[in-house]
Design a protein around this ligand. Structure first.
Ligand SMILES: [Zn+2]
Length: 259
């Protein structure tokens, strides 16, 4: 009996010391400690140091878009948004206001908005064009993540995903979500037909005076990832716009972010 009791006591003591097999939860997997997933995003996939010490695996991200938590920088007038630097799903541009001179037949109430500074600038650009004899309007400005989702899906179902990706951004990869850019055009003229219009030449030559750049020039498609878009202009402020125009750059080159 005594030996049996001793064995039971020994077993009980062992269980106490081993914590009944339960291990401490690794700090890295605690979502409360890393609400934005920033730690995971900054962790290189081929981190050899991590592999050697066999650290617990960090939580995998839900989608690749979540790997670029740019919320803090997205409000900046020079934020870069492209295929490799997307905006998160829940980002909504602040201080959006409706642009007065819009094409009434395009988009919806939301897409007629831009951020206040850019909206003021586009009104000035439209007035400047008018003074030179050109009737330009804004077609679409702000686009929510969900609206981009809808647009890309409708293009992809018509023309295939690969082709759609050369001119239509995947959700989160369009700077339209920042409220800093817009497509301009002429009422009654299709989007791509704007290429051949004298208004497009005016925009390319003059938009920098109002703080805008032609975001997707014909000779920079390898950098921007998009075909020439005569209609898509991006607000960056007058000084930067002039520098980019004078030096024939695109935003990626100006910022030195070419990855
Ligand atoms: Zn556009």
């Amino acid at each position: 009996m005594r030996l049996k009791t001793l064995i039971i006591l020994l077993l009980a003591a062992m269980l106490v010391f081993t914590g009944c097999g339960h291990k401490e939860k690794p700090a890295q997997t605690d979502p409360a400690a890393d609400p934005q997933g920033e730690t995971a995003a900054q962790q290189p996939a081929d981190d050899s140091a991590g592999a050697e010490t066999q650290e617990p695996q960090l939580p995998t991200m839900e989608t690749s878009l979540d790997a670029y938590p740019l919320e803090a920088a997205t409000d900046d007038v020079l934020v870069l948004v492209n295929k490799t630097h997307p905006v998160t799903r829940d980002y909504v541009a602040p201080d959006l206001v409706t642009v007065e001179h819009c094409d009434p037949n395009v988009g919806n109430a939301d897409t007629k908005k831009m951020r206040k500074t850019a909206a003021d600038a586009i009104e000035e650009l439209i007035a400047g064009a008018k003074a030179d004899g050109y009737d330009i309007v804004m077609r679409t400005g702000y686009r929510s993540y969900d609206y981009q989702d809808y647009l890309f899906d409708s293009y992809a179902s018509k023309y295939g995903e690969e082709e759609a990706n050369t001119y239509s951004a995947r959700p989160g990869q369009s700077e339209h979500q920042t409220g800093w850019c817009c497509d301009v055009g002429v009422i009654g003229v299709g989007l791509t037909d704007f290429d051949y219009r004298p208004e497009a030449v005016w925009v390319a030559d003059n938009c920098w005076k109002y703080g805008f750049i032609l975001r997707y020039p014909a000779d920079k498609t390898d950098i921007t990832g998009y075909i020439y878009e005569s209609w898509h202009i991006r607000y960056v402020g007058k000084d930067v716009a002039k520098y980019i125009y004078d030096n024939g750059l695109v935003l990626e080159e100006y910022l030195g972010i070419l990855d």
